[in-house]
Design a protein around this ligand. Sequence first.
Ligand code: ZN
Ligand code: ZN
Ligand code: ZN
Length: 296
Amino acid sequence: MRVTLLGTGSADGWPNPWCACSSCTWARDTGNARTQTGVLLDDAMLVDLGPDVPRAAARFGVDLGGLRHLVVGHAHPDHIGPEVLMWRSWSTAADRPLDVVGPPAVLDVVAAFLTRWERRAPGEAGSPLRPRQALAGNAIRLGGPGPDGDGYLVVPVAAAHGDASIGPAVLYDITAPDGARLLYACDTGPLPAATIEALAGREFDVALVEENNGDQPGFGDHLDLATFAADVDRLRAHGALTGTSTVVAVHLSHRNPPGPRLAERLAAIGVDLLPDGAVLEAAPGKRATVTLPSPG
Ligand SMILES: [Zn+2]
Ligand SMILES: [Zn+2]
Ligand SMILES: [Zn+2]
């Protein structure tokens, strides 16, 4: 499974373009911008689609035309910008079928927007969009073995993030056709016990875990450096992560210390800090290899 980090930042991005704090000033002055978190798997599946994500794809030279499955965790506007689906409908990919997987609130947001602007909700006659409801514990198979299937297994698990009006929010346990496994844990506060139990023994090859709050806890239902470290420990203790798992912190905001200090803090707990545009090649049971984006 190829994992392309199109974005690793918070809703407001890091730097927040309005902000003069030392963390934003560092990010701005050193050209270390991070935009809304979203990740492309094998050019076939996109997990989260905030309005920044297609722009990031354009900037990194990534073609989204082959996308067959869109998977969204909750209905905060940095995770689903429904206007993006309208803009897709102006492209050569317009008529290609696209699964839209998300909890009820996500499907509602997409249906309301497209009904207003295109007079056609996903699932209606003529729409290429195929809505699929994601509820914690209900496994979803996308594509499938066979000539035109690609067989991703997507298992939503409960997040600790907001109320039903944005979800109920879920995180995703995703198995690619080659057997590589990804944990996408974004957004969430400290993981619910039921989620740790559901993930036990999964031995993820790559785990993308949100760490929005840095050293400034108390903003929304998010992890900070202390609760993030505690949850990574819990995942390791339950066999969700192993010695070969690559763990990457995402959904990073200016509540974090500047990059070099953050990288040190994360390295001390065996976690990677990667820039937007980094690509991981994951294979079952092996350490992922990482390619950094070329400058410019
Ligand atoms: Zn978010
Ligand atoms: Zn700031
Ligand atoms: Zn959120």
